[in-house]
Design a protein around this ligand. Structure first.
Ligand SMILES: Nc1ncnc2c1ncn2[C@@H]1O[C@H](COP(=O)(O)O)[C@@H](O)[C@H]1O
Length: 196
């Protein structure tokens, strides 16, 4: 049986907008509260708006630790979060993703739009290419990710991806399960992401 892996930091990818279902905000709040309660650092995109702002605010309000990583050109558009003690301002989206990757032990995908999809797919394809073995977990609140999951499954049935690659991303329905799965995936030797 695999030994539990100690999770010190989770990167949360989610929308820079709130979306149109109140459950999306609730799951972002829950994520922040649970991370703070478990003394797990939140790593996120550094914005104060949308679900990104909600998860950061909830973590901070519950006494948790937050690292935000934001490109300087986004500081107005996504409203840089002034309450985050560790706010890393970078030059590009690539550097943002690289830092978020290196600071996190697991990735939670919460409701979001195109940017969230991009972040999810990049971290999944890095795992497919065996550049890391960190857990990647979609929290499918109110079915927001049903079509994304269908797309991933279709890639397998159409012969464009292996079932093994598809298995590198998990689907759960709530934050407690996401936490449990973050702690139990076995740790294998990661290759440095610097190779990209
Ligand atoms: N191309 C992108 N690569 C990485 N991150 C991106 C990209 N486009 C947008 N983002 C960021 O993702 C989050 C969430 O965006 P949503 O579109 O609201 O899901 C946001 O911080 C974007 O800057």
């Amino acid at each position: 049986m695999d030994m539990p892996v100690s999770v010190k930091a989770v990167a949360v990818f989610c929308g820079s907008r709130l979306g149109n279902n109140p459950l999306y905000k609730q799951v972002a709040q829950k994520a922040g509260q649970v991370l703070a309660q478990k003394n797990i650092r939140l790593v996120y995109g550094g914005g104060a708006q949308g679900l990104m702002g909600v998860v950061a605010d909830a973590t901070l309000q519950a006494g948790g630790q937050v690292t935000g990583v934001i490109p300087h050109f986004l500081h107005k558009r996504e409203v840089m979060h002034e309450g985050v003690a560790e706010l890393i301002v970078v030059d590009s989206m690539h550097v943002r993703k690289q830092i978020m990757f290196s600071r996190a032990d697991a990735f939670w995908i919460l409701p979001g739009g195109f940017g969230t999809f991009d972040e999810m797919m990049e971290i999944l394809t890095w795992k497919q290419l065996q550049q890391h073995a960190k857990p990647i977990i979609i929290v499918n609140t109110a079915g927001w990710a049903d079509q994304v999951i269908a797309m991933l499954d279709a890639a397998v049935t159409q012969g464009f991806a292996t079932a093994s690659a598809r298995g590198k991303i998990e689907i759960v329905s709530d934050i407690e399960t996401a936490l449990k799965h973050s702690e139990t995936e076995p740790k294998t030797q990661p290759v440095s992401i610097e190779q990209f």
